[in-house]
Design a protein around this ligand. Structure first.
Ligand SMILES: Cc1cc2nc3c(=O)[nH]c(=O)nc-3n(C[C@H](O)[C@H](O)[C@H](O)COP(=O)(O)O)c2cc1C
Length: 409
């Protein structure tokens, strides 16, 4: 008996190859959950998955996937994903900021097959997209980050593997070695030891989360008395062999940063990293300049999806001034609020080199595991490609500020 997933994988890869060759393959027509054989070919595993994920359908839009995630998750877990800090002004601002920009059409542009390829720190990207590091992934789907990274790999994207995930760095990397190349860490005393561990595991870069000296004031979680099983955050936090334990790391995050680091601490630790590192959580030009001076090879302009300081500026509002401050040479990743292909286009036009998908990835994972994440990536990429054709951007480098119009709300 053949598993449906194998059918899907084969079909999908064939379509991807057609697209790579510039052929007529249409990714968005694929039906991830369709079967070539009759109903008796459905395995018992598939039947079990059906009962766990009743929302497994051929999703037409990211918004459908969002609704499916809401239906699949217990309400307090969905609130943990969906919520922000404080009164959630920043969470709303992250989305609203995209409404202030329009993309200028270019009639008769002559672009038929846009090239979405780019690279980050020497790592090739078929699309300018990375999946975000998020902890507690098995709360959303038992397949967790291995499924996320596998979907990313299928699309030629990269996946940032979190320290507080449900699976170890090594497990995620083994699932998808071409995508799982960046390991996220929190800047505490154990950082150089973690850097050495992930370097040995074959990771090519570190992502240091610099905006999380303490977890934000997450109002929904407090209202829900949210009390997740912390083992879902413990894939790397074993407390064995020099690794920190769950209690140690979350003690820092929850108890107001007992050992909060400053830039000098990070700079000193980074001298031992032996890997390029990316500073994630930069929201001001001043912080971007300091991060670059401290040796960051790239930065992530991010307000952590509105989950830390509230009210903080929207990530998108700060992106142009941060790009201006650091100049053209340092790679800038952008996150917080990306939900559509047009959002990706706008972020790239305002100075980002690639975008990072947080909740959009989680919606796909919760709704349908690897296939759900894959569908999110497929939909966003297809919209981006469409916009590149219609606006005359043949390559990612062609997506610049000249293609946007700023509007008043
Ligand atoms: C449920 C959840 C868990 C997260 N966990 C982490 C984490 O462990 N480390 C980290 O650097 N960022 C974490 N983030 C933030 C994301 O990496 C990313 O910055 C954010 O989700 C981007 O905003 P978006 O969700 O609007 O795309 C988390 C986000 C969510 C929604």
């Amino acid at each position: 008996m053949r598993l449906a997933g194998n059918h899907f994988r084969g079909t999908h890869l064939a379509a991807l190859r057609r697209v790579e060759r510039g052929g007529r393959g249409r990714l968005f027509r694929l039906r991830p959950w369709s079967f070539r054989g009759g109903p008796d070919e459905r395995s018992s595993v598939t039947a079990q998955l059906d009962s766990m994920y009743p929302t497994r359908v051929d999703f037409g839009t990211v918004e459908e996937i969002h609704r499916a995630a809401a239906a699949a998750l217990p309400p307090d877990v969905f609130d943990f994903v969906e919520g922000g800090a404080g009164r959630e002004s920043t969470l709303r601002a992250n989305r609203a900021a995209f409404e202030r920009w329009r993309i200028l059409p270019e009639p008769m542009s002559g672009v038929a097959v846009p090239d979405t390829r780019t690279a980050l720190l020497g790592m090739p990207l078929e699309i300018p997209v990375l999946t975000a590091p998020f902890g507690g992934d098995a709360l959303f789907n038992p397949a967790g980050h291995p499924a996320v990274a596998t979907a990313a790999q299928r699309h030629g994207a990269l996946s940032i593997v979190p320290e507080a995930g449900s699976f170890s760095y090594e497990q995620v990397r083994a699932a998808a070695p071409d995508a799982a190349r960046i390991a996220q860490i929190h800047p505490f005393a154990h950082a150089p030891a973690v850097a050495e561990r992930v370097r040995r595991a074959g990771f090519a870069a570190l992502c240091v989360t610099v905006d999380c000296a303490v977890g934000g004031f997450r109002t929904r979680n407090m209202g829900n008395r949210f009390d997740p099983d912390m083992r879902h955050f413990g894939g790397n936090l074993t407390g064995r062999d020099g690794a920190p334990g769950v209690a140690e790391v979350f003690g820092h995050l929850l108890k107001h940063g007992a050992t909060a680091w400053n830039w000098a601490d990070l700079r000193a630790a980074a001298a031992e990293f032996r890997l390029p590192w990316i500073a994630k959580g930069i929201l001001t030009p001043a912080a971007a300049e300091i991060a670059a001076a401290a040796g960051a090879a790239a930065i992530v302009v991010s307000n952590h999806g509105g989950r830390q300081v509230d009210p903080a500026p929207a990530s998108l509002e700060m992106l142009p001034s941060i790009r201006a401050a650091v100049g053209p040479d340092i790679p800038i990743l952008f996150d917080s609020g990306i939900r559509t292909g047009s959002d990706i286009f706008i972020a790239l036009a305002l100075g980002a080199d690639a975008v990072v998908l947080g909740r959009a990835t989680i919606y796909g994972l919760a709704a349908a595991g690897e296939a759900g994440v894959s569908r999110v990536l497929e939909l966003l990429t297809e919209e981006l490609r469409t916009l590149m054709i219609l606006s005359g951007a043949a390559t990612i480098a062609d997506i610049d500020g000249s293609r946007l119009l700023a509007v008043r709300e």
